[in-house]
Every structure is written in C-alpha cells, then in structure tokens.
Design a protein around this ligand. Structure first.
Ligand SMILES: C[S@@+](CC[C@H](N)C(=O)[O-])C[C@H]1O[C@@H](n2cnc3c(N)ncnc32)[C@H](O)[C@@H]1O
Length: 259
C-alpha cells in the first residue's frame, strides 16, 4: 500500500500548472479528489444520523477516515470554542443548526465555508504580491482588484442570514410615516444589492416608489438589478454627509466592522 501511495504522490508532484492548460475541468476534478483526503466526512454523517450529543470517540467512529483521537479532540475543542458546535461536557459535543446545515447537502453552507478556503484565504495570501504588482496604488478599479468575486459572495451570503424585517416589527416604522409627501422611509447605507431592503419591500409592497433607498458605491450599484422601481439606488460614499434627511430609519449592516 505504502508503495502505491508513493507512486501517486510522485505522479502528483510531477504535475505543473502548465500541464493543465486547456484542461481546466480535469484540474478541478483532480483538486476535488485530493480534497476528499482531508475531509473526515463527520459533518455529513453526523447530520445523516440525526445529530444528537456525541462523545469524541463516537464522532471518531463517524469519520470516514482514520484520525488520531487526540487530533480530533483538539479540532472539536476549537469548533466548540467558536460555537460551530456546542461543547456540553468534557469530550462531549452537540451539533448546532449551523453544523447540521454544513452536513446537509441540500444547503450550500459547506460551499460558503469552502469559499473561505478557496477565495478569501487565497486573496489574503495574494495581497502582498497584488500590491507590489500595482506599485502600491490605492485599488480603485472594481474590475481589477485583489478579490473581485466578493460582491457575488456577499449576495449569496445575504440569502442565508436573517434579514432584519424578518424579526423586527416594521409595522411601527410604517405606521405614522408621512409617505404621501414623498418622505423617505428606510435608507440602507452600504446596502450592496439590497437583499435586506427587498425583504422589507416584500412585507410592505404598497410603500410609494422611491421611499426605500439603497446607498452604496457607484460601481457596486451599477451591477445591482433589483427588478423594481420602488427602491431607489443612490450612489453615496458613506464617509460624506448623508444627503437624505428625515428618513424613518437609517440601516447599516456588516459595515461598521470594516472601519
Ligand atoms: C460587507 S458589505 C455589507 C452589505 C449589506 N449591508 C449586507 O449586509 O448585505 C459592505 C458594503 O459596504 C459598501 N461600501 C464599502 N465602502 C463604502 C463607502 N465608502 N461608501 C458606501 N458604501 C461602501 C460595499 O460596497 C458593500 O456593499
């Protein structure tokens, strides 16, 4: 067995990126096969057996590959400390909604997490050479930057979060608002392509045109396609004075943490 591993390792090491020119599908298939080696399959199987509290030993038995018990214990502790799973006692864990959804192949949660490994971490590593390549100029071109698929990632992520109108009593915002006069109702600052605002609109489809506003960078809004005239897209840099006065609500989500 060891001999055949060595043959495979030698053959893999002999590949260079140039060998895959014109063979992108094959390259991706090979990467996908290699990744299976580092996937213990626990998420999937834990969800498949209906979840439930398990000891480290029980979880090791769920793994599709042999894993050092102490290594698994250390990985589980880290996942417990970050609330991906719940540590219920010494060496005992319960899944959370998030971990069950990682193991549920009908959701794209696992893919979202993989995007961190495939995209975000790669973009962190690429940043020094990207900045050197651009002679340390401020990256202002949205089509030429260190991570240009972020906007798509943001849109997908938005779909799997609770949107504030799903849990906040928005009727109190609408009641008493002077909407007939054309006054703004909600301004979504740094609102990207408006997922939260569209959730609000679904709850209150009769608000007048333009009473919901999404502000974001001009280049970001240029790619937004909301399919409604009810929501006004307003290019605005949020460090500059707010041009809209008297709105019932100003909403910022996942924006402050960046500054
Ligand atoms: C992490 S995303 C959050 C988007 C949205 N609020 C959500 O929760 O889905 C941050 C948003 O802020 C926007 N943004 C970043 N800098 C900005 C600026 N100076 N002025 C206006 N918008 C900005 C980005 O284009 C992006 O859409």
């Amino acid at each position: 067995m060891v001999d055949s591993y060595n043959v495979v390792v030698d053959r893999l090491n002999a590949f260079t990126p140039a060998d895959f020119e014109g063979y992108e599908v094959e390259r991706l298939k090979l990467l996908s096969s290699a990744r299976k080696l580092v996937n213990l399959g626990i998420w999937h199987r834990w969800t498949a057996v209906g979840g439930g509290e398990k000891t480290v030993e029980e979880l090791a038995k769920l793994a599709t590959k042999d894993c050092d018990l102490n290594l698994l214990r250390r990985l589980l502790r880290l996942l417990g400390a970050t609330y991906v799973i719940e540590e219920t006692g010494e060496d005992r864990y319960k899944p959370t909604d998030l971990s069950l959804s990682i193991g549920d192949e009908s959701t794209t949660t696992a893919q979202y997490i993989l995007s961190m490994a495939h995209h975000w971490n790669a973009s962190f590593m690429n940043l020094p050479s990207f900045l050197a390549k651009t002679s340390y100029r401020e990256p202002l071109d949205p089509k030429y930057n260190n991570y240009d698929s972020f906007s798509g990632c943001m849109m997908e992520w938005s779909k799997y979060r609770f949107s504030w109108p799903d849990f906040y009593d928005t009727t109190s915002l609408v009641a008493g608002a002077d909407l007939a006069s054309g006054a703004p109702l909600v301004v979504d600052i740094g609102g990207h392509h408006g997922y939260d605002t569209l959730t609000f609109l679904k709850k209150h489809p009769d608000v007048p045109d333009g009473s919901l506003v999404i502000q974001d960078l001009e280049a970001v809004l240029a790619d937004a396609n909301l399919g409604t005239d009810k929501v006004k897209l307003m290019p605005h840099i949020f460090f500059e004075p707010q041009p809209i006065y008297g709105s019932r609500a100003y909403f910022l989500r996942e924006v402050f943490h960046d500054y």
